[in-house]
Write a protein that binds this ligand. Structure first.
Ligand SMILES: *Cc1c(COP(=O)(O)O)cnc(C)c1O
Length: 404
């Protein structure tokens, strides 16, 4: 008789987005005359930039000719893309990362879920609270998190680092020593980030205690302030303690195209064992390469035309962020984020819970956002709005909220 991986049974249901969908559907049915504006989900809405579309068309044509057809891509990514990444995302910023330290993948969600496989079962993870759910859930599936307490929403063997207005959304070094530290900066869901000097302290801490940092830089392209690091490798010593995950989803609109990469520096070791070799072995065994057409699209992200077009796309979303942030502030809300990330994190008014505010906003303004408590216990009393909608909808949503 076969057995299942019991760890999956420990996972509490992921009710957040299904509960939102159900509540919105019920409201729509009861109020067919109302138009709902969705500022809830973290998906982009602008089309793929023309320079990238051109590169994809060209690659499609190559696939139609026996002379230029490509089959399996190299497991770790085509050289042209790995080099473009190394040159633009690292060398141009003074980070000494080589093309062969970059592993091309189909996105940062898979990489952030898979990376834990190369670490021991007894490692203790530390996460920010609130947090992108993949980091915790993938470690639950691997049996690393202990037991779940439904009352507190916490796992017995996970170290939580609350990020709230009380600490300015800057995670503090935990009392217990973690083995693996997940950091997503700029942050989803809070839209906040930390300075390069603060990140350097985390790198020093990790090197001191012998922990590895899994650094999710999915929102790097939205950084607007000078003292914020665009890569953890801008910090001294990061190559001996950090793995960096990047995605093309939020900077280039590839949520449906699928492309990402992971950097594992060759200097990152556990004793004599190279994590770079382990990840190469893992990637080579379980992944057969991102599609050629998509890797050519990724290369075009770094072309002069691509860079200029994407700069405009980011500016479009950040104009929305500014509209939301200043509109809410004028109305008297306490608001965070929205400066280095496309997320606005607001404190719910009048001590409402996150879900009470969700219902209030849906019923009174017909605007949908995401309750902060869905991202972790310290998200209670907060609410996330995203800048990924159209400008027209964003303006309309804010007019409705101001009129409340
Ligand atoms: C959107 C997002 C990603 C990107 O995931 P992809 O699989 O590359 O689309 C990764 N991490 C965080 C925190 C995100 O919000």
């Amino acid at each position: 008789m076969f057995q299942i991986n019991d760890n999956y049974q420990k996972l509490p249901g992921s009710y957040l987005f299904s509960t939102i969908a159900k509540k919105v559907a019920a409201f729509s049915e009861a109020n067919p005359d109302k138009t709902i504006i969705r500022l809830g989900i973290g998906d982009v809405t602008q089309p793929i930039a023309p320079a990238i579309i051109d590169a994809m068309h060209k690659a499609v044509d190559e696939m139609a000719d026996a002379k230029t057809f490509r089959g399996y891509a190299p497991d770790l990514g085509y050289e042209f893309l790995r080099k473009a990444i190394a040159d633009n995302d690292y060398k141009a910023r003074g980070c000494d990362i080589e093309a062969d330290e970059i592993f091309v993948s189909d996105g940062a969600k898979s990489d952030s879920g898979n990376i834990q496989e190369i670490f021991g079962a007894d490692n203790r993870i530390a996460v920010c609270d609130p947090v992108y759910p993949v980091y915790v859930d993938s470690n639950v599936m691997a049996g690393r998190t202990g037991t779940y307490d439904a009352a507190t929403g916490m796992w017995s063997n996970v170290i939580y680092m609350p990020c709230t207005r009380e600490n300015n959304f800057v995670p503090e070094f935990p009392k217990e020593t973690p083995d693996m530290i997940y950091l997503c900066l700029p942050n989803n869901p809070t839209g906040t980030t930390i300075t390069k000097a603060q990140l350097q302290e985390w790198v020093d801490y990790a090197n001191k205690v012998g922990a590895v940092i899994i650094y999710d830089g999915a929102y790097e392209a939205y950084i607007s302030e000078d003292d914020v690091a665009h890569s953890i490798y801008e910090c001294e010593g990061a190559k001996t303690c950090a793995i960096e995950l990047k995605s093309f989803s939020k900077n280039a609109g590839f949520t449906g195209v699928r492309l990402g990469y992971t950097v594992v520096p060759k200097e990152l070791k556990c004793g004599d064992v190279s994590l770079h070799s382990m990840w190469a072995r893992r990637h080579g065994t379980k992944f057969n390469g991102a599609p050629y057409i998509i890797q050519r699209a990724g290369e075009a992200v770094y072309s002069e035309a691509g860079k200029a077009q994407l700069k405009e796309q980011i500016a479009y979303y950040m104009k929305n962020a500014k509209t939301i942030k200043s509109g809410l502030q004028e109305t008297g809300f306490e608001v965070y984020g929205g400066v280095n990330a496309p997320y606005i994190w607001l404190k719910t008014p009048d001590s409402m819970t996150s879900w009470e505010f969700f219902d209030y906003l849906l019923e009174k303004a017909n605007v949908v956002g995401t309750p902060g408590s869905g991202f972790g216990p310290s998200g209670e009393g907060y609410f996330r709005l995203t800048a990924f909608g159209s400008y027209e909808n964003t303006v309309a949503a804010l007019e409705r909220i101001k009129a409340l």
